[in-house]
Design a protein around this ligand. Sequence first.
Ligand code: CAA
Length: 261
Amino acid sequence: MTAEFVRLEVADGVGTIRLDRAKAMNAISIQVQDELALAAAEATDRSDVRAVVVWGGEKVFAAGNDVKEMADMSYTDMVDRVQKLQDAVNAVARIPKPVVAAVNGYALGGGCELALAADVRFAADNAVLGQPEVLLGIIPGAGGTQRLPRLVGPSKAKDLLYTGRFVKAEEALAIGLVDRVVPAADVYAEAVAWASKFATAAPYALRAIKETVDRGLEVDIETGLQVERHSFAAIFATGDSRTGMQSFIENGPGKATFEGR
Ligand code: CAA
């Protein structure tokens, strides 16, 4: 099946998960959710993808889940669907490679939640983020009640979640909701430049860092440190750890050429 609204474009080690449903402001319909999960799985599986950019194009990141589609859904319809919605966003969060969201324009509701699933967020100076679900009489269902407070802290998250207000790029930067603000025309190129740094890096070390940080955030510090001990010892089984340390001894820091194994 050819995806209609979400595709993976790969160039020079960087995979771009491109949302492209311009007529509906990239609203994340059920079809978009399913295509997003497939694109994330492809980005995970392909060894020529070493880092990922999530991008909705120059005008809008995503204005949220498709309200027109959701409006007709019952409680039991949503019981049956919400796991798949979360699976799609989780599939992005669990890509075992560096992931950056490049946000132009609106990232609202499910769109903001998709951006939260990335490791870092670069925003255009015209970006507007928020969780306006409460204004629809509903709540976030794609991770917003969980990832937002973990990122910006519970009180700032509750302010945004309770009010549904829109946050402009400058405030988003100040509260840590985004990591970098750049001119709108540059946000995708900046994200690709960040992702490109990892095209020749040691992929299993990056993977272990991501898994260890993300697992550690969910558990007490002693358990997190135990996870780190296992990950640290395990990384010594990779060829790249041999190459990296030997290269340092022979040629100094930062000169290793990794084979990615
Ligand atoms: N779902 C479906 N359609 C949407 C949409 C959405 N989330 N957001 C925008 N659209 C549609 C509009 O209905 C409109 O369609 P028509 O041309 O057919 O009328 C078109 O996109 C353009 O939108 P506007 O005319 O409203 O454009 P605007 O520039 O005046 O406003 C906006 C843009 C501020 C993004 C506004 O459209 C808006 O507030 N959208 C809804 C945002 C929202 O509530 N998102 C949360 C959804 S719920 C959710 O995501 C649940 C979850 O946690 C998973």
